[in-house]
Ligand binder design. Structure first.
Ligand code: PLP
Ligand code: COI
Length: 338
């Protein structure tokens, strides 16, 4: 792809050659079909359109220095998709089918996988939607699973650098016993106004406290939160946040580096005690936090005094990226080499 400016890709959609599809009809999943159409022919009464019966996933493929293509933890995404399916009454897609679909669609679009040197990657977006007509609020009988890919650069402009966040109390992303633990579109619809508010105020992203008490840290936009202090990696335990695969990986890497890991409710006041903090997810990997402002209470929790990413965030970031690109040994068996 000689005409793609690999080093300056943003986190956006670019047309690639193929997507892959699989239909659920008569109580069973069909065969994978490679497709070059970008559109879907959908019934206007499909449950995905009216009642939000849809789930998605996000993972990445990387081209290594050795030319090999590595997909990061696809079985973890397959399992999370299954959990989402149970959460909103959709048929679970078997892990083998999920991984097979991901491998096939990456292979078919090999020419869109950014070169190693660019630091970019191929974002993989699986989508599962209820397709059959329903007017009463019930699950669909038929479903479509699609996976498309698109080459992406950094999620935040500037790549690995610190960003300011703002606590938004006006809107909740998800309820304590709602769908926050699932990757369903409704959570993202619910986040749009909070995200716009943060942007309008000049921040990179919105910061959520728990919906019930507004006392504990939930998430940083579409990413999990972690804080670092006293050689300890601290991350919230909450019933309304998405179980991030990046966060799970970082907890393991922190442990490997001899750090303690704590997963527990994290009260807002504890923000004064962290030496470093970050937002983590597939898109950004780690986005170190510069400061978190609580405008309502006229407080500003400055995490990075010099405005630079801290040493622990940097070490974790380099280690995880190293494993993803094949520069570091994959000691936990996280990588699927194509
Ligand atoms: N939290 C939310 C709400 C997300 O949308 C994502 C993105 O997938 C994450 C956290 C990070 O999860 P992961 O590390 O699995 O990409
Ligand atoms: C992530 O991958 O970290 C995300 O939050 C994905 C986002 C585009 C929904």
């Amino acid at each position: 792809m000689e005409n793609i400016d690999w080093a300056n890709l943003s986190f956006g959609y670019m047309r690639t050659d193929y997507n892959i599809r699989c239909y659920y009809r008569d109580g069973k999943w069909g065969k994978l079909e490679l497709c070059s159409e970008e559109t879907i022919n959908l019934h206007m009464a499909a449950t995905s359109l009216h009642y939000g019966q849809e789930a998605f996933e996000g993972l990445k493929a990387f081209r290594g220095k050795d030319g090999k293509i590595r997909i990061f933890r696809p079985e973890a995404n397959a399992e999370r998709l299954q959990s989402t399916c149970r959460g909103i009454l959709m048929p679970e897609l078997p892990t083998e089918t999920f991984i097979d679909a991901v491998k096939k669609v990456v292979k078919a679009n090999e020419r869109f996988i950014p070169p190693y040197e660019s630091g970019a990657s191929l974002y993989i977006r699986p989508l599962l939607i209820g397709t059959s007509a329903q007017v009463g609020v019930h699950p669909a009988r038929e479903y479509l699973f699609v996976v498309f890919v698109t080459p992406v650069g950094p999620y935040f402009k500037g790549g690995f650098s610190t960003n300011p966040y703002v606590i938004i109390r006006e809107f909740d992303r998800s309820a304590p016993l709602g769908t926050g633990i699932y990757k369903v579109g409704g959570n993202y619809a619910a986040s749009l106004r909070a995200n716009k508010m943060a942007h309008d105020l000049g921040y990179s992203c919105e910061f959520y406290l728990d919906a019930k008490e507004k006392k504990y840290i939930d998430e940083c936009g579409a990413a999990n939160f972690f804080g670092i202090k006293n050689n300890t990696y601290v991350t919230p335990l909450s019933t309304s946040i998405l179980p991030s695969i990046t966060n799970r990986s970082l907890m393991q890497l922190a442990e490997d580096m001899g750090m303690k890991v704590e997963r527990r409710p994290v009260p807002e006041e504890e923000l004064t005690t962290f030496e470093e903090a970050g937002a983590c997810g597939t898109a950004a990997v780690i986005s170190p936090i510069q400061r978190i402002d609580d405008l309502e209470n006229k407080k500003s929790y400055v995490i990075s005094k010099d405005g630079k990413p801290g040493p622990v965030c940097t070490k974790l970031y380099n280690k995880l990226r190293g494993i993803q690109y094949g520069d570091e040994p994959d000691t936990h068996g996280w990588v699927t080499v194509l």
